[in-house]
Design a binder for this molecule. Structure first.
Ligand code: ZN
Ligand code: ZN
Length: 338
């Protein structure tokens, strides 16, 4: 089968023919309908995670498809079932895994980084619990669920307890994840939302998705101040993570508010007593749990979560990555192998 492989020593991406063995035990072989291209993939090919990606690997961690075959120990799935694949694969035994938080497993794998992922025609998933059945949902449209929608859901769940009725939430970076966050914040919190993005097209999209205001970064402080009556944003979600967005987010967050960081732009924020409003908190969010992915699928069935995918053939993986890098992708760039 064809697969898009990354060679860390040469920092090169190649489309190659590779062999894949039959599934054993609890493994599930998925025929890939679509594999989302995530900013993490750009960080990997840029060599920014050198200790994490140390050997040649098939890229792609955001995958949906149909079950092609299963090991003999798998139950509750049939060949042909549509499934979304979970982004992180825990060991299954540690305290995080047994409490349902496999994304925090210190001994886990991530497809497309520490083991082969889904920029390929087929993907071998190590355990039945890492796939969530899609029912009637179309697998290609569900391909961004396993990372983009799941991470946005994880962020919204994390900040929701700080967002009361009539409060304001701010979202920085309206791209593949930000679009899902706008849908989920509106539905799960009822907050009034300020979307912040330098790109005009992204701001237009934010307004379509229910943001009360969509502003450039330079206008954000004044907009939040005015829209919240001086209170500030009870929640700020940063999908960029640069020095600039972190500093801006810290200036927007309200007393006892929370700022959640998901963007991997490698920015930092000096932390001291006056960095944030009193008793505000900072947190990172690392995707979500399998139960969260099940929630995302349920919310998609209910029409709350909808995705926009921009398809690319597998051989155009590098073009998809460069268009993501330049900010010209509409919704989520998704590689479609067939
Ligand atoms: Zn991702
Ligand atoms: Zn574990």
């Amino acid at each position: 089968m064809r697969a898009v492989r990354f060679y860390p020593d040469e920092q090169q991406v190649r489309l190659e023919q590779v062999d894949l063995r039959e599934p054993r035990g609890d493994e599930v072989l998925v025929r890939v309908a679509g594999a989302g291209v995530c900013r993490s993939d750009l960080h990997i090919v840029d060599g920014e995670f050198p200790g994490f990606v140390s050997k040649p690997v098939t890229l792609g961690h955001e995958v949906a498809g149909v079950v092609e075959a299963m090991g003999p120990d798998v139950s509750g799935l049939r060949a042909g079932d549509g499934v979304a694949v979970m982004v992180g694969w825990g060991c299954g035994h540690c305290e995080w895994c047994v409490s349902g938080h496999e994304q925090l497993c210190p001994d886990g794998d991530e497809a497309g980084a520490t083991c082969d992922g889904g920029f390929a025609e087929l993907m071998l998933v190590p355990h039945r619990r890492h796939v969530v059945p899609l029912g009637e949902l179309e697998p290609l449209a569900a391909s961004p669920f396993g990372c983009a929608a799941l991470s946005a859901y994880g962020a919204v769940k994390r900040v929701a307890p700080s967002v009361g009725a009539g409060h304001l939430a701010a979202v920085m970076g309206i791209g593949g994840l930000g679009e899902f966050a706008l849908q989920l914040l509106g539905h799960l919190t009822g907050a009034s939302i300020v979307a912040i993005d330098p790109r005009e097209r992204a701001r237009t999209r934010a307004t379509e998705l229910g943001a009360a205001l969509a502003v450039e970064p330079a206008e954000a402080r004044e907009a939040v101040e005015e829209a919240s009556g001086g209170r500030g944003a009870s929640a700020v979600i940063d999908f960029v993570g640069s020095d600039d967005t972190l500093a801006l987010g810290a200036s927007l967050v309200a007393r006892r508010g929370v700022m959640a960081l998901l963007g991997l732009a490698q920015g930092t924020l000096p932390f001291g007593f006056w960095t944030l409003a009193p008793e505000a908190s900072l947190t990172t969010v690392l995707a979500g749990s399998v139960a969260d992915l099940q929630d995302v699928v349920r919310l998609a069935h209910e029409g709350v979560v909808t995705s926009r995918v921009q398809p690319y053939p597998l051989e155009d993986a590098e073009r998809a990555m460069s268009e993501l890098r330049s900010g010209s992708v509409e919704g989520r760039a998704v590689l479609v192998p067939s």
